[in-house]
Design a binder for this molecule. Structure first.
Ligand code: GRF
Length: 207
């Protein structure tokens, strides 16, 4: 069984999708802890409803990024988690934390990376005039929105789309992509070779 800690800052719809997948047992994992850097994150309610322990760590109570991340690391390890999932966690992580959780730290981003990194990814897609965008679940590296890609889902950009409409269409796919990526990891099917993810097929011993 995979033990996961989830980091959130706000709405928490991806957290909700992960909770549902665990409850339905399509994802063989346990969410051991949810950490938010904001006490008003709506996502905290989903965790509480599901009986998952939560911790709020207000980042302005810490002198610097690394001290905050060390406090977070302690909560995560004490919970027994061996994998950390960022789900709308709106805070850059320190190089210390990223190194500590190398290949055990995952993020979801609302674009087909490496396109449209950073904030307002759907608006960036609209501005670029692309006809397909989507979402990406990837391992976290020090550079923002970079790292080996585990799962991507494509979403069409339609005439008349606004940032809000397109973001909502992407979000629906995010809710499938995140549990799917974690299911691959839980099944020990994800191998990173030269910074590229190779998905082992079931029963495959050599890759
Ligand atoms: C999602 O679009 C995710 O890709 C991005 O932040 C948003 C979080 O949404 N990193 P939610 O809090 O999971 O609803």
């Amino acid at each position: 069984m995979l033990n996961i800690a989830v980091l959130i800052s706000g709405r928490g719809s991806n957290l909700q999708a992960l909770i549902k997948a665990c409850q339905e047992k399509s994802l063989p994992a346990t969410i051991t802890h949810v950490i938010s850097n904001r006490d008003n994150a709506q996502g905290l309610a989903y965790a509480k409803e599901a009986g998952i322990p939560t911790t709020v760590l207000r980042h302005n109570g810490f002198p610097d990024r690394e001290t905050f991340d060390k406090a977070m690391h302690q909560v995560i390890t004490q919970s027994g988690a061996t994998l950390v999932c960022m789900a709308g966690f709106m805070r850059l992580l320190s190089p210390w934390f990223v190194k500590k959780w190398h290949n055990r730290l995952i993020n979801i981003h609302p674009s087909l990376l490496p396109s449209f990194k950073g904030l307002h990814a759907a608006q960036q897609a609209l501005d670029a005039g692309v006809k397909i965008t989507g979402c990406t679940v990837h391992f976290v590296r020090e550079a923002m929105d970079a790292g080996p890609i585990i799962v991507q889902k494509a979403v069409p950009v339609l005439t008349g789309d606004t940032e809000e409409i397109l973001s909502a269409r992407i979000l629906k796919e995010e809710h499938k992509a995140y549990p799917e990526a974690l299911t691959l990891i839980a099944g020990d099917r994800v191998v990173i070779k030269d910074e590229v993810v190779v998905i082992k097929s079931v029963g495959q011993e050599q890759y």
